[in-house]
Design a protein around this ligand. Structure first.
Ligand SMILES: NC(=O)c1ccc[n+]([C@@H]2O[C@H](COP(=O)([O-])OP(=O)(O)OC[C@H]3O[C@@H](n4cnc5c(N)ncnc54)[C@H](O)[C@@H]3O)[C@@H](O)[C@H]2O)c1
Ligand SMILES: CC(C)[C@H](C(=O)O)[C@@H](O)C(=O)O
Ligand SMILES: [Mg+2]
Length: 350
């Protein structure tokens, strides 16, 4: 029996995680669930966004289903106490360096895409985002220049081992798909990216069957709306992956559709699973959130951490069928509530 930690967090986090939990329950599997406080909710209750008992639960669990963290009322807190530190802290503490963000156009959702249907139809890609390095985790600080001007800095840095292990995840993923890997960087300007490119080229020698292309991130952002169907697997750093995955989500209809898996190794034992979106304070508490990304994250959890491919596919098929039957939350142009969307997925579960 596996232990699944549920860290629902803030805003729409609890709303979408509730629907994912309903779907997991409906599978009738023999798993145990334990809830933990995280983010702004944990700060309010216990004075810290990632309290020791939540970290302990995360370490003890076989997998973590995460909602979202973020609370505008806490934007003024010192950085170490902000809700977002919880997800950054979990990623770092659990060594979750590989973030898989699949973006697939589900049949029937073409009209929800920000792109023309004929452009959007062919999208089936995975962004492999490095998750524990880059400018996110480098030295950062505030100070004053000699002239007395306020300044801030964040150090962008990778070492060769960090790049090589995420590159391997990209190649392994591509090997199992269409064998096309695009490595996205900014090597024309950044030294970090120049190292990234060199290391990706070295790892490529082990994967002659994969066609590797390097692309600058600005061009990648453009190609993602010009011809997104040309992408198969994209491997990139933490910051570029964050931005490109939000962009990819609108190409397939909504940020409420994109799940993710954060793994500590390619054949991940330990994993954290979360929608790519945040706490969406603008719609929180209104029953408007699309729970599909959270539900699809639960499917990824079963696949990657619990080796239950059959159950993962059951969930994914149910989401596709629910969409096919016309179920749509407002972000997809419909009027289903969060719960009604969960109901539609449950009704479609075979
Ligand atoms: N992993 C995380 O926990 C995570 C991820 C992103 C942002 N955040 C945090 O969330 C807070 C809000 O950030 P933001 O507004 O930039 O990003 P966001 O993803 O929360 O919301 C962006 C926009 O997308 C919409 N949206 C997001 N998820 C949706 C869903 N499931 N269904 C329908 N619409 C949805 C929102 O209503 C909003 O208009 C911030 O505090 C931010 O730091 C947390
Ligand atoms: C909340 C924030 C720290 C996080 C990130 O930037 O990684 C979010 O945007 C995400 O995509 O998971
Ligand atoms: Mg993001």
């Amino acid at each position: 029996m596996a232990l699944i930690a549920i860290l629902a967090g803030d805003g729409i986090g609890p709303e979408v995680t509730t629907q994912a939990r309903r779907v997991l329950d409906a599978l009738g599997l023999d798993h145990q669930f334990e809830d933990g406080l995280v983010g702004g909710a944990a700060y309010r209750a216990l004075g810290h966004p990632l309290p020791p008992q939540t970290l302990e639960l995360a370490h003890r669990a076989d997998a973590i289903l995460f909602g979202a963290v973020g609370d505008p009322e806490m934007d003024g807190l010192e950085r170490t106490l902000r809700p977002e530190q919880a997800i950054l802290g979990l990623r770092k503490a659990l060594g979750l360096f590989a973030n898989l963000r699949p973006a697939t156009m589900f049949p029937g959702l073409e009209d929800a895409s920000a792109l023309r249907p004929e452009v959007a139809r062919s999208i089936d890609m995975v962004i492999v985002r490095e998750l524990t390095g880059d400018v996110y985790f480098g030295d950062k600080g505030r100070g004053h220049t000699k002239m007395g001007l306020r300044e801030g800095h964040d150090m962008m840095r990778y070492d060769e081992a960090e790049v090589a292990r995420i590159a391997r995840v990209g190649f392994e993923m591509a090997k199992r798909r269409k064998k096309i890997l695009t490595s996205v960087d900014k090597a024309n300007v950044l030294e970090t990216s120049q190292l990234w490119r060199e290391i990706v080229n070295e790892v490529a020698l082990d994967y002659p069957e994969v066609k590797l292309t390097h692309m600058y991130v600005d061009n990648a952002a453009m190609q993602l709306v010009r011809n997104p169907g040309a992408f198969d697997v994209v491997v990139t750093g933490n910051l570029f992956g964050d931005i490109l995955s939000d962009q990819a989500s609108m190409c397939v209809g909504s940020i409420g559709m994109l799940p993710s898996a954060s793994l500590n190794e390619w054949t991940g034992t330990c994993g954290l699973y979360e929608p790519i979106h945040g706490s969406a304070p603008d719609i929180a508490g209104q029953g408007k959130a699309n729970p599909c990304a959270a539900i699809l994250s639960a499917a990824m959890l079963l696949r990657h951490s619990l080796s239950d491919e059959a159950s993962a596919q059951r969930i994914e098929a149910a989401v596709i069928a629910a969409i096919g039957s016309g179920a749509r939350t407002p972000d997809l142009g419909g009027s289903h509530s969060t719960t009604a969307m969960g109901d539609a997925v449950l009704a479609a579960l075979q």
